[in-house]
Design a binder for this molecule. Structure first.
Ligand code: ZN
Length: 410
């Protein structure tokens, strides 16, 4: 009868939580208002998401002339109210940031496998899925909810993409859990089926959301992950849905793009909007980090560090290439000049043979020297090679001259 006991606990906890919410509602609101006055910005109460709807939305609006982006997360209705009527509420989180900040958020999450943020997120999602499928009460979910709330960063520096995923997971959990518990009066057998169905629903949603973050490409020979936007956008469905909201504020039309349960839809719009503002989202040639190129910054690198790495590699590559071509050039010149001497001796096979003995010997020596110089040799060695070749060339010229004179005498 363990499952029966669990059911009883479930109902009890649900009721007590509801009661606690009613009793706690006023102090909670006061806290929110205090926070609002202190920071000038409302923060989302992540531990007590209402979740009337299983959908979590993310919206973006641009203010290119002022180099700003406005990013908001929350339930679909609240975001609509915000972007059409300017209504803020404690159930949305809004940030006005420097244009391009979303790219920083993405970079942080791509590399966060080491600091474990994405790992925690996935573990908590799995834990919550288990709570639903086993029909446990919210009390058992506290551990995961608290871990996610701790990860949620409502400061101005908070990663809004990570915040969105946390909000999304908690909204989905609360909704599925709430709907499941409302079916509690039905028979055990159908209850179990429902639990499995809601758990499945939750799991599918969360996996879809986390998918773009899984299997991000790696920089060769390292553990560094990065976003490859063209590849990731191409791999996503081609019919993403986005709401376009607009409002007439301060004499201008403001347009916002809101996607439900999808980050890739927002990413698509983000990249397109930046492009229209003459900014290209690209990857650092060295470390793969996302960078934004514009008229003032057309660098292929994310930092001076990566630029230096590239410079070192480029110099090395070129030195090798130049050294090789210099050495090859010197040898070719030597060969052609000394080989041409043979024309003078064409009429005398004996003279030609005599010339060829020295020619072949010196040619072999020159080749051996050249082989030793193929990599990035010091300039002094290349110069010594050049001097040696000039000397040998002179020897061969002298010999050819001598043989030519003897030929004419006889
Ligand atoms: Zn870089």
């Amino acid at each position: 009868m363990t499952s029966g006991k669990r059911i009883y606990n479930f109902v009890l906890i649900e009721e007590s939580v509801q009661f606690a919410l009613l009793v706690g509602a006023i102090p909670v609101m006061e806290n929110i208002l205090k926070k609002f006055k202190r920071n000038g910005e409302k923060t989302l109460n992540i531990k007590n998401i209402i979740a009337d709807d299983k959908t979590a939305s993310i919206g973006i609006s641009f203010d290119v002339p002022n180099e700003k982006e406005i990013i908001a997360i929350g339930s679909p209705d609240r975001l609509k109210a915000f972007f059409t009527l300017g209504i803020e509420s404690p159930e949305i989180e809004v940030r006005t940031r420097k244009l391009g900040s979303l790219v920083d958020d993405m970079n942080e999450l791509a590399q966060s496998e080491e600091n474990g943020k994405m790992q925690t997120l996935a573990e908590c999602a799995n834990g919550l899925c288990g709570i639903i499928s086993e029909g446990q009460g919210n009390k058992s979910a506290e551990e995961y909810i608290n871990a996610l709330a701790k990860l949620y960063d409502s400061s101005s520096k908070g990663n809004m993409l990570l915040n969105f995923m946390i909000f999304f997971i908690l909204t989905n959990y609360q909704y599925n859990h709430k709907t499941l518990s409302s079916e509690w009066h039905v028979f055990m057998s159908s209850m179990k089926k429902s639990a499995a169905r809601f758990a499945e629903q939750f799991n599918t949603c969360v996996s879809d959301m986390l998918l773009p973050f899984r299997n991000l490409p790696k920089v060769p020979e390292s553990n560094v992950r990065y976003w490859n936007i063209p590849e990731q956008i191409n791999a996503s469905p081609t019919d993403l849905t986005v709401h376009i909201y607009y409002t007439h504020l301060n004499g201008t039309w403001k347009t916002a793009y809101v996607a439900d349960d999808s980050f890739l839809a927002v990413l698509r719009i983000y990249v397109d909007m930046l492009k229209q503002a003459n900014r290209i989202v690209s990857n650092c040639t060295i470390c793969g980090k996302l960078i934004i190129k514009d008229k003032t910054n057309n660098s292929d690198f994310c930092s001076q560090e990566c630029r230096n790495v590239h410079k070192r590699e480029w110099t090395k590559e070129n030195r090798i290439k130049n050294a090789e071509s210099d050495v090859q050039c010197l040898y070719t010149q030597f060969y052609n000049n000394t080989n041409n001497q043979k024309r003078k001796l064409k009429r005398s096979p004996e003279a030609l043979e005599q010339y060829n003995v020295l020619f072949n010997e010196l040619k072999e020596k020159a080749l051996t020297m050249k082989r030793g110089l193929s990599d990035d040799s010091p300039v002094s060695e290349v110069r010594a090679f050049s001097t040696q070749l000039i000397e040998w060339e002179q020897d061969l010229r002298d010999l050819a001259e001598q043989l030519h004179e003897d030929m004419n005498k006889s």
